[in-house]
Design a binder for this molecule. Structure first.
Ligand code: ZN
Length: 713
């Protein structure tokens, strides 16, 4: 149970105690009772915990001889207690959105932001850090040194050195920014959910898989009035949304060009007009970020962001992106030209448009490889993919994963809970898996988040717990949930993040697992895991036709592997476009985000940009929170490193199980164990024996390094 409420908070001790003890957010240990948490619990839990933590901080401030044990250890515990209350609330806003949760979150979020800022900017604690560094540096372990440096840097970047006026200004800007980000994400979700394209004519949905029509039909029935006719998946009517399980298959398979155009325009304009308009929000966020950076003495928000990354500075990132852009540019032109002539031969008369891209890519892919994402889906029932993924990680890293059979409190019946055991059968971690899309209450995309961090306190070890969230298509009727290859990759990706969080051996929460790692390296284990989706034995393990039980045959697997490079250059250019756009809007003031998007698109796409395109209004990665802001390039940065890491397995021989286990062990002992306790370049060198190279990434994408001589041609 959490500490008893303090008199300041609880005016009526008896009543308040009853409330506190019945507040599920205040349970200090054990499973988090997710199904009991309501919006009404947020405010009281927040107020009580913040008050409690503030008292603890005041005690720390008074310590006259600061040491690791008296200051740093308690801070680790304090933050972990904060996370125990903050984490589940934040998680629920992503997976169980409702007006009640939104309202409660809007009330508590500024309190947390302010508290967190005060903690990071605390001048007395900063003085204590300096003292510990000055007087006790040599006695600290490498992990402790890293934590101390992280905390000092974080304090500096949060304005510990600013005068009172500037600090107050900085804090107000930070609070405003947080609120804008929450609103931005809400607008994107609302724009996706409120978009509606009703189709009644059956010929307009020709080519679209039955399961997708079933989702659109169900949506029609949910929103129709009682006098309207009932929809069926076969005959409609259908109500199309912009959520991924509907939008992407329609762009890929719908033969009707007009329907594709309407959906495409809906997608590139989402959240760019009332009532869900992010236009002003983007301008304000850029302005606030710029102001905050200037207060801290940085030229721009991009410089501030890069000062915390492995890449270190804008120039290094731009050099890498430009090298890759040049390597991909001509190859992408070939891909697009080839596609346009294929489309012409298949009946496209007017200019080829962006809403033709996925549709003809799919047709061409089918012609070359005779593969279709939808038919492949039948081979990837969710449970089989999961089992295959678990057995792969067991072979590579010597762990076993078991689904728990006893009841656990979860936020939705789709959610399962698993435990991870080491080779001695001891439990070392666990995770919640929330696999399916719930457009009305769960945010889009896929993500891993930390629920509980690994924390060693003398003889007690708190084991890590992760949330793994995907947005796959749910089971329909009697068919199991079937994943596209892309969704399989996504699951592997998120599981890679999860492994780094869960297999860590570090005992300090602030540098355990994914914590304390430079953000541009965080995507390394996740992107590393994606490679296994193109490994023959793994494809056999994760596939089993949902009706016949047959795994994928060898010719199909061969085609899947070859098809991985299909449009690889154009895909890479898209990623570079997002990365460059993000970097430039956060570096240059005075130019509108939309204008920069248009400039960047010219050198990263062979297709003209549509005048309606307002991508900046739905780029949640960089405007929904600060994490990827001026850091979207991290995906590419980590991709280059993860390709090189995977190449170590290829060099050892992917069919050699003993060699795999050996390299897997080394991967586990470095990337998956060390968390943020060691500089990322040193971790890479520990694993690879040298610094990262770009070549394995280019080879994996069938691209070549373009030398300076070639560039000048
Ligand atoms: Zn990721």
């Amino acid at each position: 149970m959490f500490n008893a409420p303090s008199p300041e908070v609880c005016t009526d001790q008896h009543i308040e105690q009853v409330i506190c003890y019945s507040n599920p957010l205040l349970l200090e240990s054990g499973f988090i009772p997710f199904n009991e948490i309501r919006g009404e619990h947020f405010v009281l839990a927040t107020e009580i915990v913040i008050e409690d933590l503030k008292k603890e901080i005041r005690t720390l401030e008074k310590i006259s001889h600061p040491t690791w044990e008296t200051i740093m250890d308690p801070l680790e515990g304090l933050e972990e207690r904060m996370w125990r209350v903050f984490g589940p609330m934040s998680h629920l806003t992503h997976v169980k959105d409702s007006p009640e949760i939104r309202l409660a979150w809007a009330e508590v979020e500024p309190l947390w932001t302010r508290f967190s800022l005060e903690l990071k900017q605390n001048p007395k604690l900063y003085e204590a850090f300096k003292k510990i560094k000055g007087e006790g540096w040599d006695q600290l372990t490498p992990s402790q040194k890293r934590i101390l440096e992280n905390r000092m840097k974080s304090a500096e970047l949060f304005g510990v050195g600013l005068g009172i006026d500037n600090q107050e200004k900085f804090n107000l800007l930070s609070c405003d920014l947080n609120q804008l980000q929450t609103k931005y994400q809400e607008n994107v979700n609302d724009a996706i959910n409120h978009f509606s394209l009703i189709i009644e004519d059956k010929t307009f949905v020709e080519g679209v898989p039955f399961q997708v029509l079933a989702i659109a039909s169900e949506r029609y029935n949910q929103t129709k009035s009682s006098v309207m006719k009932e929809s069926t998946p076969e005959n409609g009517p259908w109500n199309l949304s912009l959520s991924s399980p509907v939008f992407i298959p329609f762009m890929r398979y719908c033969k009707n060009r007009e329907v594709r155009e309407k959906l495409y325009i809906g997608s590139i304009t989402k959240a760019s007009s009332p009532p869900f308009d992010n236009t002003e929000n983007v301008t304000l966020q850029l302005k606030l970020r710029n102001e905050m950076s200037k207060i801290l003495g940085f030229e721009s928000f991009a410089s501030l962001s890069l000062s915390k990354k492995m890449a270190g500075d804008i120039h290094t990132v731009e050099t890498l992106l430009e090298e890759l852009r040049i390597a991909a540019w001509e190859k992408s032109r070939e891909e697009i030209e080839n596609l346009i002539s294929f489309a012409k031969n298949n009946g496209v008369e007017s200019p080829f448009m962006p809403w033709d891209l996925l549709f003809y890519m799919e047709l061409l892919k089918k012609e070359i490889f005779d593969l279709s994402e939808e038919s492949l889906k039948s081979y990837f029932p969710f449970d089989q993919v999961l089992e295959g993924l678990f057995s792969l990680t067991s072979d590579l890293f010597g762990i076993t994963i078991e689904r728990v059979s006893y009841p656990i409190s979860v936020w939705h019946p789709d959610v399962s809970y698993f435990v991870i055991k080491n080779d001695k059968k001891e439990q070392i971690a666990s995770f919640y898996l929330d696999p399916y899309s719930r457009p009305l209450s769960k945010r889009g995309g896929a993500w891993m988040d930390t629920c509980v961090n690994r924390f060693e306190q003398r003889i007690n070890i708190q084991l890590p717990i992760a949330y793994i969230n995907c947005n796959g298509s749910p089971p329909l009727g009697s068919s199991p949930a079937l994943l596209t290859l892309r969704e399989v990759e996504t699951l592997f990706h998120e599981f890679g993040h999860g492994l780094q969080h869960m297999l860590t051996k570090i005992g300090y929460p602030s540098i355990a697992g994914i914590n304390g790692i430079e953000w541009d390296v965080v995507e390394l284990p996740s992107q590393f895991m994606e490679n296994w989706c193109y490994h023959i034995p793994t494809l056999k393990r994760i596939s089993s036709h949902f009706q016949t039980g047959e795994p994928l045959d060898d010719p199909t697997i061969e085609k899947i592997i070859q098809s991985r490079h299909f449009f690889a250059a154009s895909d890479l250019l898209s990623q570079i476009r997002y990365g460059l756009f993000d970097l430039q809007i956060h570096r240059e003031g005075g130019i509108s985000a939309n204008e920069i998007w248009s400039q960047v698109s010219k050198k990263t796409s062979h297709l003209p940009l549509q005048k309606e395109d307002r991508f900046d209004c739905s780029f949640s990665h960089i405007f929904g929170s600060d994490e990827y802001a001026a850091g979207y390039y991290s995906y590419i940065w980590a991709k280059v490193m993860s390709a090189d890491a995977f190449h170590a397995f290829e060099e050892a021989g992917l069919d050699d199980t003993v060699a795999m286990r050996n390299v897997g062990k080394r991967f586990c002992e470095t990337f998956l164990s060390l968390g943020g306790s060691v500089d990322p370049m040193d971790v890479f060198i520990l694993f690879r024996g040298r610094k990262p190279k770009i070549e394995p990434f280019l080879q994996a994408n069938n691209l070549e390094v373009i030398t300076q001589v070639d560039k000048n041609k």
